[in-house]
Design a protein around this ligand. Structure first.
Ligand SMILES: [Zn+2]
Length: 385
């Protein structure tokens, strides 16, 4: 634990569920349905998905080297029952996270206990539809012996490209029976080739095929890979067929209704029957994103400007809808500058057709490439380009 933080830290109650005091039948309890984890030597993310929101309490217990006991984080969900899926105990391997245990601790409480090799810092946030609690843990390896020399060659930038949607989530529908998921994958591949061949960067993808990847796993992959930049690529749709243009988003809450509708669509909230969502308000991962917001805004402006300029060469009527903020789940919990681009409206008769053409995709990919290149050269991240 950092400093002399108190031994037990209770992080709070999740959700706004008011317990009525009326006894629930056990079958009505919210269930702990699914646990996903990713773990590297110094970072781990654990996602606990529930059937419904329920309060939780979190306790962090530091390691006790004399007893050879690892640090432990214990999360109690109550009222809750274990779903069919979660295993009772799961050895995780030799990353930061060494074991996950799930138990029906009492008739009304499900306990998730995590063994953690080194615990420097942690934080939680929650997402809805399905309701899930996400825990990020960090712990630096303490190296003994000689430290790496300061004159070691500068590392390459690592860029995580995130083609939106995939698998059973097609995203917006385009002209001629096309889908957003396929168009943004093609665009991301095009951008990836440009980046890898023209900049000293390593390009990673959250998906390279037509598969479903949950939103919180996308940032988890970027965090685990220590990516320097995260770019989520989407195409827009509107019930208003006249809407067209390019817009770029960074993460923040907003009151703008069109943005909230768009974010609900991108967050997968419109495809589910559970309409009891308390809007799109959630706790931003303020512990981490605060330090990255300025860089994200700078990146957003570079991308937006370059995309519009390049697109205009092929489609002079293209509209610049600007840089905006919005509550996009896929950007929550990222440790690096991160933005989401909406490259065109598939629902617009002319713009939608343009987006299907290789020439327009090439123009947009070139715009995205130039935006990233300028950000890396001029931003606070400028290192060695
Ligand atoms: Zn999308």
């Amino acid at each position: 634990m950092r400093g002399r933080r108190q031994l037990l830290t209770v992080v709070g109650i999740w959700g706004v569920v008011v317990l009525s005091g009326i006894a629930h039948a056990a079958s009505d309890y919210p269930r702990v349905e699914r646990i996903f984890h990713t773990s590297t030597a110094d970072y781990a993310r654990v996602v606990i998905a529930l059937s419904r929101t329920t309060p939780h309490q979190l306790v962090a217990i530091p390691a006790d080297p004399r007893q050879h006991r690892p640090a432990r984080i214990v999360i109690d969900f109550s009222p809750a029952r274990q779903g069919a899926q979660p295993p009772v105990a799961r050895p995780v391997g030799n990353g930061l996270l060494t074991q996950i245990r799930v138990s029906q601790f009492s008739p009304t409480t499900v306990r998730v206990a995590l063994d953690i090799e080194r615990l420097d810092d942690y934080h939680t946030f929650s997402l809805s539809s399905p309701p899930r609690l996400i825990l990020d843990v960090r712990g630096q390896e303490r190296r003994e012996g000689p430290q790496p020399s300061l004159s070691a060659p500068a590392q390459r930038y690592r860029i995580m490209l995130d083609p939106g949607h995939g698998g059973h989530d097609p995203g917006a529908r385009g002209p001629n029976g096309t889908y957003e998921k396929d168009i943004v994958l093609a665009l991301s591949r095009r951008l990836g080739r440009k980046l890898a061949s023209r900049l000293p960067v390593e390009v990673l993808f959250t998906r390279t095929a037509d598969v479903f990847v949950p939103l919180e796993e996308r940032t988890a992959r970027a965090n685990a890979a220590k990516a320097d930049l995260f770019l989520s690529i989407h195409a827009n749709a509107s019930p208003n067929p006249a809407m067209q243009g390019i817009e770029t988003y960074y993460l923040n809450n907003t009151n703008d209704r069109a943005t909230i509708r768009l974010a609900a669509m991108e967050n997968g909230l419109l495809q589910r029957p559970d309409r009891r969502e308390p809007g799109l308000s959630y706790i931003l991962s303020d512990l981490i994103q605060k330090g990255k917001e300025e860089e994200s805004i700078a990146l957003a402006h570079h991308l937006q400007e370059a995309m519009v300029l390049r697109a205009k060469g092929h489609y002079p009527a293209v509209r610049n809808l600007g840089v905006k903020k919005g509550p996009f789940y896929v950007l929550v919990g990222a440790h690096m500058p991160c933005v989401l681009v909406e490259v065109a409206f598939l629902s617009h008769r002319v713009e939608g057709q343009h987006l299907l053409s290789p020439e327009y995709q090439e123009a947009l990919a070139e715009g995205l490439f130039l935006g990233i290149a300028r950000f890396l050269r001029t931003g606070p991240m400028a290192k060695s380009l």
